[in-house]
Design a protein around this ligand. Structure first.
Ligand SMILES: Cc1cc2nc3c(=O)[nH]c(=O)nc-3n(C[C@H](O)[C@H](O)[C@H](O)COP(=O)(O)O)c2cc1C
Length: 396
């Protein structure tokens, strides 16, 4: 067992917060802050984690059952757990196993993995690694030609759904990345990199594995016709040139013909628009507080969206989930399942695939325990009667 795998196997690792601390020790500050940080003043990031405290539980005591059923169904797929692994860009910088390891871990746990466009492993290898459903998250980076090629490859490789992220017309400004020289480190010349090198050299274990893995990867899933894979030089510029609009959705639907998830809905209006555009599911999401700062936490937006959608499409939610109890609260308010981002990515940065496995296991155990303490035998039976919701949440 590698030292990092040993570190997460310790009985003292009991919560996602413990992985965060281990990740902080293993990867350079620039990589950790890229994963951990949010946009501007990080108001939405902080609030997205804190907001779960606003809901309190209403347990049914003196109830016992042998088996606790955590299964749910998303886009027609039976999942063993009510959470999926969210798309997390640059996962291969966190650990060489990156998206392949995360997809394999998801499959082993009986759940789905969503591969980001900004990924370091070929989508075919990611799909092949998982025994579960794998979805492809689409940015129109590199133009329509590149998007068409990746949609075609995703279909041929057996991806089950397309996740179209609608909240990124430009990249949010994550101030920590600028202070840490993320751009210079990824794309600058030797002199531009120099001031930022000490933090990299202070993590020799990570550095050796990164260099052995070939250094900065190109983006193998953004292949520009006639040019080849897009270099990982300035993703922010590429994103600014690739804003997706509702009009693009018709074109994407025509090309893909499979289920589409619209990710990044925060209002009733956008939820209804996504339904009109034929979304099979939506994810209520503020991109983990990494795009527009000072938008409301997705949990807070959930009641408005549930009411607007009237069961016409499946509702997922992501943002701020660090415990199984957070997942239970989102399900009580009407989400069918949630996406976890940092919760597994801290595990990946801490110990690669072993870290993702352990993070999933901790969330699974949290869910089982929370349901038993609530007196609810299955996630399918969770509803608002198990939580106190602040009155003003329904006032919109
Ligand atoms: C490091 C990092 C990279 C991300 N990259 C993407 C991405 O490429 N595409 C996308 O749609 N969402 C991306 N997200 C957002 C996640 O899919 C998800 O919405 C968010 O992480 C949920 O919040 P949480 O991290 O608090 O769970 C990223 C999130 C993080 C933390």
């Amino acid at each position: 067992m590698s030292p990092s795998a040993r570190s997460v196997a310790s009985p003292r690792v009991v919560s996602i917060g413990d992985f965060r601390a281990i990740a902080q020790r293993r990867v350079p500050k620039s990589v950790f802050d890229y994963l951990d940080g949010g946009a501007e003043g990080e108001v939405t990031l902080r609030e997205s984690c804190r907001v779960y405290e606003d809901l309190t539980f209403r347990p049914r005591h003196a109830v016992a059952f042998d088996h606790c059923d955590l299964r749910t169904r998303v886009l027609g797929f039976d999942l063993a757990l009510p959470f999926l692994l969210a798309p997390v860009g640059y996962s291969r910088l966190m650990h060489p196993v990156g998206e392949v390891g995360a997809a394999r871990a998801a499959g082993q746990a009986g759940t789905a993995y969503i591969l980001s466009t900004i990924s370091g492993h070929k989508l075919e290898n990611v799909k092949a690694a998982s025994t579960g459903p794998v979805f492809y998250q689409l940015y129109l980076m590199g133009g329509r030609g590149a998007a068409e090629a990746s949609i075609e490859r995703a279909r041929a490789a057996g991806f089950s759904a397309l996740v179209v992220t609608i909240d990124t017309p430009v990249s949010g400004i994550r101030e920590r990345d600028f202070r840490n020289g993320m751009k210079e480190l990824v794309s600058g010349g030797p002199f531009q990199k120099l001031p930022y090198l000490p933090q990299i050299l202070s993590r020799p274990g990570w550095l050796i594995s990164f260099l052995r893995d070939g250094g900065i990867p190109a983006l193998p899933n953004v292949v520009i016709p006639g040019k080849g894979p897009m270099p990982l030089i300035d993703v922010a510029v590429a994103l600014a040139e690739s804003a997706v609009t509702w009009r693009d959705l018709a074109w994407i639907r025509e090309l893909w013909r499979g289920p589409i998830v619209v990710k990044g809905v925060l209002t009733a209006d956008d939820a209804r628009r996504a339904v009109d555009e034929g979304a099979a599911a939506i994810s209520v999401s503020n991109h983990g507080g990494r795009q527009l700062d000072c938008v409301q936490p997705s949990l807070r937006a959930l009641p408005e969206v549930v009411q607007a959608v009237h069961g016409q499409t499946e509702i997922l939610l992501d943002g701020g989930i660090r415990r199984g109890a957070d997942i239970v609260k989102a399900l009580c308010l009407g989400a069918r399942a949630v996406l976890c981002g940092r919760a597994y990515a801290y595990g990946l940065a801490a110990a690669g695939e072993a870290g993702v496995n352990r993070a999933i296991e901790i969330l699974r155990a949290d869910l089982d325990r929370t349901l038993r303490l609530l007196g609810c035998p299955s996630v399918a039976e969770l509803d608002r009667s198990y939580v106190n919701v602040p009155k003003h949440w329904d006032a919109n």
